[in-house]
Design a binder for this molecule. Structure first.
Ligand code: IDP
Ligand code: MG
Length: 139
């Protein structure tokens, strides 16, 4: 199995406001292959664990509350150089600083509610993919 994958999450703000379809269309148009996908609602404990790297930061508690506030869509996406290419496609964390045409520029409503997550390294992509998907759920 190729190592060229990243883990994406369409966040609760985007799912809630009907943006999942348009976001998936952009991902598809860019040529990312969806090799796993599911909708789920994170528990508080699961959101805490997923974002434990940010524990102690000012935005951590609020982020955990937000990410467990409603259903999300988690995906493993395959593409050459998937981690870096997907970070380019989603744009900067702060949508005000995101490049035109990026998913966050198009769909984010704030720094916190920034529509989508993308892994920031190959190591974290592996950890995050394992967090959401078992072996029989990925292709
Ligand atoms: P990233 O998602 O672009 O990798 P991180 O720094 O890893 O950004 O932060 C994780 C998530 O935490 C962000 O996507 C955003 O939802 C939220 N976040 C980051 N910084 C802030 C902030 O300063 N205020 C509120 N929320 C933030
Ligand atoms: Mg990050």
């Amino acid at each position: 199995m190729s190592d060229d994958f990243t883990l994406a999450i369409i966040k609760p703000d985007a799912v809630r406001t009907g943006k999942a379809g348009p976001i998936l269309a952009i991902i598809n148009e860019k040529g990312f292959e969806i090799s796993a996908i599911k909708m789920l609602k994170l528990t508080t404990a699961q959101a805490e664990s997923f974002y434990e790297i940010h524990k102690g930061k000012a935005f951590y508690n609020s982020l955990v509350e937000f990410m467990s506030s409603g259903p999300v869509i988690a995906m493993i996406l395959r593409y050459p150089g998937a981690v870096e290419e997907f970070r380019q496609l989603i744009g900067a964390t702060d949508p005000a600083k995101a490049e035109p045409g990026t998913i966050r520029k198009l769909f984010a409503v704030s720094v916190q509610m920034n529509a989508i997550h993308g892994s920031d390294s190959v190591e974290n992509a592996q950890r995050e993919a394992d967090f959401f998907f078992s072996k029989v759920e990925r292709f």
